[in-house]
Ligand binder design. Structure first.
Ligand code: NAP
Length: 588
């Protein structure tokens, strides 16, 4: 490809995509856009830090060859007034990975935000925001150490699709008429109208990205965030499609949270990621109260917009939050703040947002060792209270430094103490793992309390069933009774053989069919007194379906089946306890 102003470095190779994965050579060419306002200051400082970390981590074997690309004011000065040159888009696609500083949105004159244009033109459908606490950063939380989440926000659909009709316009009237007359919808006169498209395609590709990330980065869980209890066919559908995709495409790598409790007794199997979901309003609470329980979050556009800023505020505000916009492979990493024009060229502002976006970029490239060095050096420098003005004003006794001096301090930590830094990062990871183990122990010990605390509201039979307790056909009633007492259960399942299937024997059966009939518990076998056929439901049956089965059949237990094999039992007591604990779903 030939370019007018872009100069592809002669040394280095391009990043490529093979079999659905990016392939990063040891000397990759990576695009950078320095941005407007404070962009040049933070870009120059951050680049020095990234380069130093790569050099230290790989001893010269790996090196980024930077290729400058142009957008915004610098582009306008080079491309004759063009803020958004098409060859920049071509170059980003060609190079696959790029990083950019903030861009001014020129006011008036029909300009669209350059950032929005970039996302739409490159179909960067996933907005990724990792939010993690670095020791020493000012935070309003008591225990900010627990915050380490990555928000994957869908970037192309939802109420952001721009399908809106202003009150009083002919388009609005036409749509209102159609909705009232043809669809039976009811709403106030002159309401402004907007459409919220959520598609299986858009939802699934976002959730796929989130799960792939969780797998690549050894994360613990992916939480689907939604308000599906109210918007069933948009937000509820996002949840449904998310689970569907997880099951269909990652079956051997994931389990659902319901399975975590029902099949694994709360113990997360090694190498499996837990897929769970939370209602949007609850997640805002939980991310403040119990942030350690969340890891990767997959959200629709609007929820993600709110959520990523809210979580970022817990650990230093959006001023330091890194971000990226990613398509299937092409990824553009970026500072999440604006151009702060009043500070332009003063070497004053905090480079952290861009700097940490570069850490994400290194991880995306699979260069985790270099990323780790920066991650570990960063809290050391902040801990020394060596900070730019914005942090200094929130700390006591801070030493205010310039953008470039902050970078120098980081580089000194990275180059001087690489082994020590690597140990700090390892210690942090060990602490996270220890916390995970502690949560697991609680889940195993008291599942209901763990569910309540973590906001998991079981909604299916599989989520509340107890594991199957069974004995073989031919077992004497007496032995079966001992077994029931040992397991502390009031029923047993019995596999009667190929053609006869399964039956269930309860304490009541023993009392009425053996004791009441004056028979011997020693001579009688379970086969003689089991009830058949079983009343069954699939694991994904709703709690109301199960309760209907109980009442219609006048029984106390429903057997939960998967592929015609019993996998659990839900009793009226289980249902009672769950409803007493969690209520019967909320509609607010
Ligand atoms: P802004 O540039 O983010 O600045 C708002 C304030 O945030 C600054 O005055 C400063 O606060 C603080 N701040 C931002 N970046 C900082 C940093 N690196 N270090 C320390 N403090 C920092 O928001 P804005 O003034 O609303 O927007 C200015 C321009 O940026 C607009 O043209 C807007 O369109 C554009 N913008 C671009 C992007 C992007 O490219 N991704 C995003 C948002 C906005 P104090 O004054 O309190 O020190």
């Amino acid at each position: 490809m030939t370019y007018q102003h872009v100069k592809i470095p002669e040394v280095g190779k391009k990043i490529t995509v093979k079999s659905g994965k990016i392939e990063v050579p040891d000397q990759p060419i990576v695009g950078f856009i320095e941005g407007d306002g404070i962009g040049p200051d933070i870009t120059a400082a951050s680049m020095r830090v990234w380069d130093a970390a790569v050099e230290k981590a790989y001893g010269g074997k790996r090196k980024i060859n930077w290729c400058e690309l142009y957008l915004g004011e610098k582009a306008a000065s080079i491309y004759d007034g063009e803020y958004f040159p098409s060859e920049t888009l071509d170059a980003i696609k060609d190079l696959v990975v790029a990083i950019k500083g903030p861009l001014t949105t020129p006011i008036g004159g029909g300009f669209r935000s350059l950032n929005v244009s970039l996302r739409q033109n490159l179909d960067l459908y996933a907005c990724v925001r990792p939010v993690r606490y670095y020791k020493g950063v000012p935070s309003p939380l008591q225990d900010p150490d627990q915050v380490d989440v990555v928000v994957f926000r869908e970037n192309t659909e939802d109420v952001y699709a721009g399908i809106e009709y202003e009150s009083g316009t002919p388009e609005n009237e036409k749509l209102a008429k159609f909705l009232r007359n043809e669809m039976g919808a009811k709403f106030f006169e002159d309401a402004g109208l907007g459409i919220k498209p959520i598609s299986p395609f858009g939802s699934k590709r976002l959730v796929r990205k989130a799960i792939e990330f969780a797998i690549d980065q050894n994360r613990e869980s992916v939480t689907l965030v939604h308000k599906g209890n109210i918007m069933k066919f948009t937000e509820g559908a996002f949840r449904k499609w998310g689970y569907e995709l997880a099951k269909n495409e990652f079956e051997d790598k994931i389990i659902t949270e319901e399975e975590l409790y029902s099949e694994y007794g709360g113990k997360q199997p090694k190498g499996k990621i837990v897929i769970k979901d939370r209602i949007a309003d609850i997640i805002f609470q939980l991310l403040q109260l119990r942030p350690g329980e969340f890891d990767v979050l997959a959200t629709m556009n609007l929820n993600g917009d709110y959520l990523s800023d809210a979580v970022a505020a817990e650990v230093g505000g959006i001023g330091i939050a890194p971000g990226a916009n990613i398509s299937d492979h092409v990824a553009v990493f970026e500072a999440t703040h604006g151009t702060a024009p009043k500070y332009a060229n003063q070497n004053k502002v905090n480079p952290s947002s861009l700097l940490l976006s570069g850490v994400m970029m290194l991880e995306y490239m699979g260069w985790n060792e270099a990323a780790d060095l920066i991650n570990a050096a960063y809290p050391k420098v902040i801990g020394d209270k060596f900070v730019t003005y914005d942090f200094a004003r929130q700390m006591t006794g801070a030493h205010t430094v310039s953008t470039s001096t902050f970078a120098d301090a980081l580089i000194a930590k990275i180059t001087g103490n690489a082994d020590v830094l690597a140990r700090f990062e390892r210690e942090r990871r060990d602490a996270v793992e220890a916390e995970r183990k502690e949560r697991e122990a609680k889940r195993i010990e008291d599942p209901i309390a763990a569910m309540r605390e973590s906001g998991h509201q079981p909604s299916t039979a599989g989520g509340i069933m107890s594991p199957v307790r069974g004995v073989p056909a031919g077992t004497s009633v007496e032995d079966a009774m001992h077994q029931m007492r040992e397991w502390d259960v009031s029923y047993l399942l019995v596999e009667l053989g190929e053609d006869k299937g399964w039956g269930i024997m309860t304490k009541r059966d023993v009392v009425t069919k053996i004791v009441g009939a004056n028979k011997s518990t020693h001579n009688g076998t379970v086969d003689e007194i089991v009830s058949r056929p079983l009343i069954t439901a699939p694991a994904d049956a709703s709690l109301s379906t199960v309760s209907l089965l109980l009442s219609e059949n006048n029984i106390r237990r429903v057997v939960i089946e998967a592929r015609d094999i019993p996998v659990g039992v839900v009793s009226d007591t289980d249902l009672f306890d769950i409803v007493e604990e969690f209520g019967w779903g909320t509609d607010d």
